[in-house]
Design a binder for this molecule. Structure first.
Ligand SMILES: [Zn+2]
Length: 159
């Protein structure tokens, strides 16, 4: 990537002065799955849901639920069909899981949210972004919307 992360960082989208208190936690198998789907989807954005258990101090992901990206420009955007929201809610209810958030990939783009991401984000969800380049190198950051901007959420990889 030619540009630095700072050049992509839009301060109208991201508030770098704050940090989300609730940590996102998952194990190495979940991490490997997120990396793999992002690599497989390259150069298009992929998307899906993160399922697990929410608690006061942590969003604990136990399952990855991939869905189709129905955006028109899939190199730069993702959209999830309304039906998939209903399906995942039903699946979560049936399996006594919480819908923790949404993951999507950023092909050849840093793991920081875009204006488009902010526009469609809901504050109840965590947004994990998997940056992936042509070599398959990846980096994951997670974000939550608060007061109309994204703030970063720490990720803890459990053993
Ligand atoms: Zn995005």
């Amino acid at each position: 990537m030619k540009a630095t992360v700072e050049e992509y960082l839009d301060l109208s989208v991201v508030d770098i002065t704050k940090k989300e208190q609730v940590e996102l936690r998952y194990n190495e198998a979940i991490e490997a799955e997120l990396v793999q789907v992002a690599r497989n989807g390259y150069p298009y954005e992929i998307a899906g849901f993160l399922l697990g258990k929410k608690s006061e101090d942590a969003d604990l992901v136990s399952e990855v639920y991939p869905v189709e990206n129905v955006a028109k420009e899939q190199e730069r955007k993702f959209e999830i069909h309304g039906l998939d929201y209903l399906k995942v809610e039903a699946y979560a209810l049936e399996n006594k899981l919480d819908v923790i958030g949404i993951y999507h990939s950023h092909p050849d783009y840093p793991a920081i949210p875009s204006k488009h991401d902010l526009e469609f984000a809901q504050s109840v969800f965590a947004y994990a972004i998997v940056s992936v380049d042509g070599n398959g190198d990846t980096l994951i950051n997670s974000w939550k919307k608060s007061n109309k901007k994204f703030i970063q959420q720490s990720i803890l990889i459990r053993s």
